[in-house]
Design a protein around this ligand. Structure first.
Ligand code: 4NP
Length: 158
């Protein structure tokens, strides 16, 4: 099965769109064919573009995320994606509770793929400043690199 990765945070306007962007760039650079999306466990920002500070930091790192629109995680996501990666422990807990019985997606914590940051959460930069978004970018980029390597070792598509 071809890998399909969903990144999940709370609002889907700060952290998970950045994880999606960093991983899209990384997958492309290593030639990995993978479906990529992001979603939030909360629906308050449904249909909204990413936070302007998230758009700005991604732009500074060469990725345009202004076209993304927030959405909420659905039961179908657990069947459609092979991996669903939470940006923090609270969202991982929510995902475990939402998983339908036939949802085969592997659930995990994004930073478990970032060397030296295993078990850690990507802190929510929403109530902070621009510098916080640079920290977020560095963390999701480190995880994106580790994740791309891990997935590149998957068996080829049948
Ligand atoms: P995110 O950040 O989960 O990284 O997208 C947040 C954005 C908005 C809210 C919470 C977190 N909010 O409560 O509106």
């Amino acid at each position: 099965m071809r890998p399909a990765v969903l990144f999940v945070c709370l609002g889907n306007i700060c952290r998970s769109p950045l994880a999606e962007a960093a991983f899209r760039a990384e997958a492309q650079s290593v030639g990995l064919t993978v479906e990529i999306d992001s979603a939030g466990t909360g629906g308050w920002h449904k249909g909204h573009p990413p936070d302007r500070r998230a758009i700005a930091v991604a732009g500074r790192h060469g990725v345009d995320i202004s076209g993304l629109r927030a959405r909420k995680v659905t039961a179908e996501d657990f069947r459609r994606f092979t991996h669903i990666l939470a940006l923090d422990h609270d969202n991982l807990k929510t995902l475990r509770a939402l998983r339908p019985v036939d949802g085969a997606a592997e659930l995990g914590l994004l930073l478990d793929f970032a060397e030296g940051l295993e078990g850690r959460a990507v802190a929510d930069p929403y109530y902070g400043n621009e510098a916080g978004f640079e920290v977020t970018w560095r963390e999701v980029e480190a995880a994106a690199k580790g994740l791309a390597l891990a997935l590149a070792h998957l068996p080829p598509p049948r």
